[in-house]
Design a protein. Structure first.
Length: 134
């Protein structure tokens, strides 16, 4: 319904804004503090609470084959990214490049993972509650 769609728009922009502010605070490297991780953790907890309150599994909304492919590629990305943190091991930044390649592949599949009427539709605008357009 409309109420759920409005809430999703607000949460999406709130997640973007909080993550951006956390990244600015951390100077994009998370050496001073880990504010970005706190923001990500907050939204993971909110996601779990949402489905706990509804009493349904979130997996029923997803296509399992694309979720599996995206998850495997995301795991490969994480491994390559971990190895890219060690400059003596990744002197030529091969693992860093591979992590970006795997991330792109993971996002390709994970972007399409949602089932339902919304798949394949082009979204032209975002509307905030009250009919305001962004």
């Amino acid at each position: 319904g409309s109420k759920g769609a409005d809430l999703n728009v607000i949460l999406r922009y709130l997640a973007f804004a909080l993550t951006w502010m956390a990244q600015l605070r951390d100077d994009y490297w998370m050496k001073k503090n880990h504010a970005t991780l706190y923001v990500i953790g907050l939204f993971v907890v909110l996601y779990v609470i949402k489905f706990a309150v509804e009493g349904v599994s979130p997996l029923r909304y997803y296509e399992s084959s694309k979720l599996k492919k995206g998850s495997v590629l995301l795991g490969c990305c994480a491994v390559c990214f971990y190895f890219s943190l060690n400059d003596s091991l990744d002197r030529y930044r091969i693992f860093h490049g591979l992590s970006q390649l795997f991330l792109g592949g993971a996002l390709f599949f994970l972007w399409q993972v949602r089932k339902g009427d919304e798949v394949g539709r082009y979204k032209k605008t975002d509307q905030l509650p009250g009919g305001l357009e962004l």
